[in-house]
Design a protein. Structure first.
Ligand code: PEP
Ligand code: MN
Length: 352
């Protein structure tokens, strides 16, 4: 990883740098962090002559040989100061809340508009709404592109930024061509490296963020971080990590709740952690407690399935959506806990 002295290189400096690496068969990938641009070397980066020549350029601060499998996501990478923003607002500053329906029902758009206004009123920062849905059964409702118009209309009516899941390159093209702020990668696609790379490529140069769910089959924390690395290595570092429960499920829950990995993720990477308690516990009655637990573990925020009338919802909403009044209480208390957690962390750091 090549780290320039100034926040950006001039086009001329960039060209010179590129001509050196090209001689040694290395491709340069430009990563546009919020406060600086860094360059990732793709190929055999341990070529002494090349390193000496790059190190000798007066506009280069240093060349970091990160030994960890993830070079860009690491807490000490050149992106350490990068801030992910949704619609200009820094994720984690004040505990970020994304809320809304699991699934937008194109036959009942008014439920979604009412939900959108209600989550805004409850204090959410962004609105979620599933347009296309990954369903276990091919005979269940799979989503409908018409729901995208409803999502965008809700965005226009409320002014909230919006999040929706993409599952294939065709949906990705539709979403990137429209005004969607957060692309959600679901648990089933978190190991689909081709799609992750394609998402990274398509959002490069845009403000779009990705909410990367943890695969339900992931064990080692590195696997999760490396999946994010696939996206970031294409140039846009706006990635959030989303624990959402793993399988086998804890008896009585939908999955095995995993909000407790938040501190581990935050220790190893700079990326914000947004916990999904809805899919983790899978039952509306347990969701508030899982949200508060996420805040206690130091997550930067939560994504919560919410519906004005869960019983009339589709997809996961009848089972696991909370109502907006419950959401309002969750948000108030989770934000207070987030602040307490921050003070605990400061205290621990002062002792160490
Ligand atoms: C969802 O957010 O509605 C969803 C399908 O999530 P996951 O991919 O975590 O199952
Ligand atoms: Mn869902």
């Amino acid at each position: 990883m090549i780290i320039p002295k100034e926040s950006h290189l001039t086009p001329e400096q960039e060209r010179d740098l590129q001509s050196i690496t090209k001689e040694f068969g290395i491709e340069l990938m430009k990563i546009n962090g919020e406060t600086r641009t860094i360059y990732l070397m793709i190929g055999d980066e341990r070529q002494e002559e090349m390193l000496a020549r790059i190190g000798g350029l007066d506009y280069i601060d240093r060349v970091d040989m990160v030994q960890r499998p993830y070079k860009l996501m690491a807490r000490d990478s050149g992106l350490a100061t990068h801030k992910v923003r949704i619609d200009g607002k820094v994720v984690g500053a004040g505990f970020t809340v994304i809320a809304g329906q699991c699934t937008i029902d194109p036959k009942n758009p008014n439920y979604f508009y009412e939900t959108a206004h209600a989550v805004k009123e409850a204090g959410a920062d962004a609105l979620r709404g599933g347009v296309w849905k990954p369903r276990t059964s091919p005979y269940s409702y799979q989503g409908d592109v018409k729901a995208l118009d409803i999502l965008l209309e809700a965005k226009a009516r409320t002014g909230l930024p919006v999040d929706t899941e993409v599952m294939d390159p065709e949906q990705l093209d539709i979403i990137v061509g429209n005004d969607v702020d957060v692309l959600q990668v679901g648990t089933r696609n978190a190991l689909n490296y081709g799609l992750l790379r394609e998402i990274g490529r398509k959002i490069n140069g845009r403000k779009t963020c990705v909410l990367l769910k943890r695969s339900m089959h992931m064990g080692k924390i590195e696997e999760f971080i490396m999946a994010a690395e696939y996206i970031v290595a294409q140039g846009n570092p706006n990635v959030m990590l989303c624990p959402r429960g793993t399988t086998p499920a804890m008896d009585g829950y939908r999955n095995h709740p995993d909000e407790c990995i938040a501190p581990l993720l935050k220790e190893r990477t700079w990326a914000p952690v947004i916990v999904d308690p809805s899919h983790s516990v899978g039952k509306a009655q347990y969701v508030p407690f899982a949200c508060l637990a996420a805040a206690s573990y130091g997550a930067d925020g939560i994504i919560v399935e919410t519906h004005v009338a869960p019983r009339h919802g589709i997809g996961d909403d009848p089972k696991q959506a909370v109502t907006p009044d419950v959401l309002a209480k969750i948000i108030r208390d989770a934000r207070a806990i987030h602040e307490l957690q921050r003070r605990h962390l400061e205290h621990l750091m002062a002792l160490s």
